[in-house]
Unconditional design. Sequence first.
Length: 181
Amino acid sequence: MAETLGLELLETPVGFKYITDAFLEGQQDESKAVLMGGEESGGLSSRGHIPERDGLLNSLLMIEAVVASGQSLDELFADIEREVGFRHVYDRADLHLSPAFDKAALMTAAQTYGEMAGYVVSGVKATDGVKLALEGDASVMFRASGTEPVVRVYVEAQSPEAVAAILGEAVRRVRSFDSVS
């Protein structure tokens, strides 16, 4: 959506504190102003409000959008997908692994994957875990818990079938890596 609107997309490490930092930096330097910031757990903030997640305000903004448009949230989201020419499908798996699982070795290995479920890797980011950009506007991210033997695998793609294939392959790779460790 940012690309369609000609806006810059900034990806931060996990944690709303990094989004807050970006908002605060934008308050100091208008050229770095942030329109909105959000995270997977539903935290969302918008420009002109506090630089912190505010569920109450964002719930009210969603209700306002529904009332003003006369459409449901599903219909509004479908309109956005049509407008930007992108369908968003998402799933994740939380993998509970053996206590001896070597998360660092998995993260190193994940950075070398050239494909995932037949989708060629077009980019790698290792900011907070390992996120692989895949052809066809898809991605898979491996993120290891810092406190327990858990690896979370996140997948985004444009169809439920693509998400299922990529997530299935990613889970198999992590699980096979665990049995080797």
